[in-house]
Ligand binder design. Structure first.
Ligand code: ADP
Ligand code: MG
Length: 675
């Protein structure tokens, strides 16, 4: 990337760059936020407060006044009325223009001011009587400090005259999709005819907007599709398995795979045998049994003579995977290596050395796995659990490390279909849409904070009956220190309230060994009530725990609540999740609690989450580095679907058009989409 000079931000080029405006195409695709109607003049006597309009007036006088702030005041009039113009910020040149007798066209919103009707900071320019009015509505563009509409308009006009507006869609396709020509659509949006009502244009349902939305989605689909093809063109080792290890594991397991697990496992095994890298997402609601599928995939790689690595976003989760995999695989005679940042230096170096020498085939850890020092001897498969919780940098690092390895991502955050089609179009997806048998559904209860005492009683009863409980502390996003303090207070309070129970505390600031010790004690039922922050949100698996209490549930997001609730209901016992909430509830919090109360289906919850939050935030696109869509809406499933189909045809039948389309929309920025 080019070094940014400190003064760049203040030059015209710098300001334009801030808006992403470099090439002619960028300017052409910089579309108005709204429009103003300067094609008509309104007599001052018809001015109504709150209505933006254009007037033609004559300056009566102007002065610099102090009331109390220095400001420029001008009085103007037309045949039927008078008006004040007020400028709190102004240039000397503006003052010079406002001489008595000068004729102006002004645009702005009239307010009832101190001295009668006035417009603050109107847009104005000098005219002579009879000057023609513009023929089009005036576009108002998104801009940035120091860049005026007039400059932006002029630059866009020039770009429109110069740029290649050739259509990238053939006429037959446009007809079929009922979309207008690109050039016509773009011209209409920049310079709309006056007979078109502003409201129609601004609603973005106009066919010209549809065309732009379609083109934007098409660019996204083309780009993702191309990345997909490029990946398939890369080589990867074909992992040809013998089923010796996978067969042994399946035999040793105390349960049979669900049909969904079998299907996913088959899809993965088929991919692993291909000569290009797998890039598959294994999606399954909490508790659907993704870990065993991951274990089978790892064994498949080992049978073929390769190494397999599993990376998890937190120590607790990585440790759970490690323990589970070790318990399953060590009886089969396999060593499982453990690699996290918190290992002692010597242990870590020893583990890295064994991995580098190819002595250990199965490696589990946190992002310590993708540190530079770690060199795999023969990495054949890289698995990432809860991939969306890793940062962009870590994901890129993993991508480089495992460039020629097969990749499997696992996620318990179900992705709604339209999002999967766009943000994740580069992935193949396997879905575990079935829970293992013998689970009893979790009962969800909403309880007001005032009834906390009853909840404490309920915890006592559950533990006396031999069960265990989680107590999740209030989330305090603004401050980790405060979060910790709250967790410690909650722990102290519960310890006092439940003197006969063994209570443990786990939070993000504990040392790894301490965390592991508490978790291990909980697994052995030596700790009966686990007070925890959201560190337990993902993956933790203790089937004997049947009660989950979430304090200040109104502060949590939907996905978080669903994940937390998924920690219980893992055994045969009747389980419950109690959501303690404090009043008054905000509108959004109320909506979230209603969804989580009414639905246990992760996909349904994800859909609602998307509706409540909007797609950008849903996938954390800011973190993922994906540019947000500017004009199109991912919830517009029909349009996304069409764009996807057209992208496929286009890459096959008209690659030059596809290239031109991508160049127009993404220019040199396509790399961004692949991170
Ligand atoms: P998740 O998909 O949330 O990661 P896990 O892999 O942790 O789920 O599985 C949840 C629990 O279900 C574990 O205790 C696991 O051993 C168990 N399990 C997985 N598959 C089955 C199955 N087919 N039948 C019964 N129990 C299963
Ligand atoms: Mg899991």
């Amino acid at each position: 990337m080019a070094e940014k000079k400190p003064q760049e931000g203040n030059t015209l080029a710098g300001r334009l760059a801030r808006l992403g405006l470099r090439s002619d195409s960028d300017f052409v695709l910089h579309l108005p936020l709204r429009y103003e109607d300067e094609t008509r003049l309104t007599p001052l006597c018809d001015a109504r407060p709150g209505l933006a309009a254009q007037f033609e007036v004559e300056v009566v006088d102007s002065e610099i006044a102090y009331r109390p702030r220095r400001q420029l005041l001008a009085r103007v009039r037309d045949a039927g009325g008078a008006l004040s113009l007020r400028f709190l910020n102004f240039y000397p040149s503006q003052q010079k223009v406002l001489q008595p007798g000068v004729r102006l066209r002004i645009f702005g919103e009239v307010h009832e001011g101190y001295l009668g009707p006035e417009i603050i900071h109107p847009r104005f320019h000098v005219v002579t009587e009879g000057d023609p009015l513009p023929e089009c509505l005036t576009p108002v563009y998104p801009t940035t400090a120091g860049l005026g509409q007039a400059t932006l308009r002029r630059l866009i006009e020039k770009a429109l005259a110069r740029a290649d507006l050739a259509d990238t869609l053939p006429p037959a396709l446009r007809d079929r999709l009922r979309l207008p020509e690109f050039a016509a659509a773009i011209r209409l949006l920049h310079t709309p005819p006056p007979e078109l009502a502003q409201a129609v244009l601004e609603s973005r349902d106009h066919p010209s907007w549809r065309r732009i939305q379609f083109d934007e989605l098409l660019a996204q689909q083309l780009s993702l599709r191309r990345a997909y093809t490029a990946r398939r063109a890369r080589g990867a080792p074909r992992l040809l398995a013998t089923a010796s290890l996978t067969g042994a594991l399946l035999k040793a397991l105390p349960f049979r795979l669900t049909r969904a697990q079998q299907r996913a496992w088959q899809e993965i095994a088929t991919d692993l045998g291909q000569p290009h890298p797998m890039q598959r997402l294994l999606q399954g609601d909490v508790g659907s049994g993704k870990t065993v599928v991951a274990a089978l995939a790892m064994l498949h790689a080992v049978e073929a003579g390769y190494q397999a690595a599993l990376m998890a976003p937190t120590e607790i989760l990585a440790e759970q995977h490690y323990r589970k995999l070790a318990a399953w695989l060590e009886p089969l005679g396999l060593e499982v290596a453990w690699l996290t940042g918190s290992l002692k230096k010597r242990e870590k170096e020893a583990a890295i050395a064994r991995v580098g020498a190819g002595e250990t085939a199965i490696i589990v850890g946190t992002h310590a796995l993708i540190e530079d020092k770690v060199e795999f001897a023969r990495l054949g498969l890289a698995i990432v659990d809860e991939q969306h919780r890793f940062g962009v940098r870590q994901r890129l690092a993993l991508k480089e490390k495992g460039l020629f390895a097969h990749q499997l991502a696992m996620s318990a955050t179900p992705i709604p279909r339209t999002l999967a089609m766009s943000y994740y179009a580069d992935l193949d997806v396997s879905v575990l849409d079935e829970l293992p048998p013998g689970r009893s559904p979790v009962t969800t209860k909403l309880v007001a904070e005032a009834r906390r005492g009853e909840v404490v009683t309920r915890v006592r009863e559950a533990c006396r009956g031999g069960r265990q409980a989680y107590w999740v502390c209030p989330l305090i996003e603004e401050s980790e220190t405060l979060q910790l303090k709250t967790a410690e207070e909650t722990f102290a309070r519960l310890t006092a309230e439940l003197p006969d129970l063994r209570i443990g505390l786990v939070h993000g600031r504990l040392k790894t060994a301490e965390k592991a010790a508490v978790m291990a004690a909980f697994v052995r039922n030596e700790v009966q009530v686990l007070v925890a922050t959201t560190v337990i949100e993902v993956g933790v698996d203790v089937p004997n725990a049947s009660l989950m209490v979430i304090e200040h549930a109104e502060r949590f997001g939907l996905a978080q609540l669903h994940q937390l609730r998924g920690r219980v209901g893992r055994g045969a016992a009747q389980s419950a999740c109690i959501l303690l909430y404090a009043q008054p509830l905000g509108e959004l919090a109320r909506a979230r609690l209603k969804v989580i109360f009414e639905s246990a289906d992760g996909f349904e919850i994800a859909r609602e989450d998307l509706r409540l939050r909007g797609p950008g935030e849903f996938v954390g696109s800011r973190q993922s580095g994906l540019p947000l869509l500017r004009y199109a809406d991912l919830e517009d499933a029909a349009l996304v679907e069409q764009a996807r189909a057209v992208a496929e045809d286009m890459l096959r039948d008209a690659p030059e058009s596809a290239a031109a389309h991508l160049q127009r929309w993404l220019g040199g920025r396509e790399e961004l989409l692949k991170a």
